[in-house]
Write a protein that binds this ligand. Structure first.
Ligand SMILES: [Zn+2]
Length: 215
């Protein structure tokens, strides 16, 4: 079951109040239409009935896919104890739990888990693509605007490194990265958090903490 609540909102453009529906949680098994609205970001899109301006309001959202066994908590703040207590038994049942801070990370995470691969593997693939772009394609770090997961076909992960005026795709076999993760299981251990954030910053911090810069 998905859940939502109505709240009074003041339009940031014309200043007039109106009522909006804010979703607290979405279950895609019971509400498959909500999946589309999450991926497109429409779930956060609102329109002022007075001045008809469209805008986004990103509220905390819990996204549950019970068929593929993953839960993503979209929030700029860590999960509170109530949510962690809800998450622990799910994790014991084999669910993957994550927190994402931005809408872009949220939608990418849904795609990664729907493709049935590990997001830790994907973050390593992104990092390797970034390094490849800098070291062997004469790219400059400061011109990179984003590094994005595209898809995974037959065990090969496709990553796009984007700059303002171009994009370069990299194909990386996931087996090689999975092996690297298995060999350093302690380093990649995330069991101390119920809803861990797994993104590019997380990966960089991981190598930095070890005093062993990734290269
Ligand atoms: Zn308005």
């Amino acid at each position: 079951m998905s859940s939502s609540h109505e709240t009074e909102y003041r339009c940031p453009y014309c200043g007039k109040p109106f009522s909006i529906t804010v979703y607290d949680s979405v279950s895609v098994k019971t509400d498959p239409d909500m999946r589309e609205r999450c991926i497109s970001g429409d779930i956060f899109r609102h329109s002022c009935p007075h001045c008809h301006t469209d805008f986004m309001i990103q509220a905390n959202l819990l996204y549950l896919d019970s068929d593929r066994k993953f839960v993503i908590y979209l929030s700029s703040e860590p999960a509170n104890e109530t949510l962690n207590a809800l998450g622990r038994p799910l994790r014991e049942k084999g669910y993957t739990l994550r927190r994402t801070e931005t809408l872009a990370e949220f939608t990418e995470k849904i795609q990664i888990f729907e493709d049935g691969i590990s997001d830790i593997t994907v973050e390593l693939a992104k990092y390797d693509s970034f390094i490849e772009f800098i070291d062997n394609r004469n790219g400059r770090a400061e011109e990179v605007t984003s590094v994005e997961y595209q898809n995974c076909n037959d065990g090969v992960i496709k990553i796009n490194v984007r700059t303002d005026d171009k994009g370069l795709s990299f194909l990386i076999p996931s087996a090689m990265l999975d092996e690297e993760i298995r060999a350093e299981a302690d380093r990649f251990d995330i069991s101390d958090e119920v809803f861990p954030v797994i993104n590019g910053d997380w990966l960089i911090d991981l190598f930095r903490e070890d005093g062993n810069p990734a290269a």
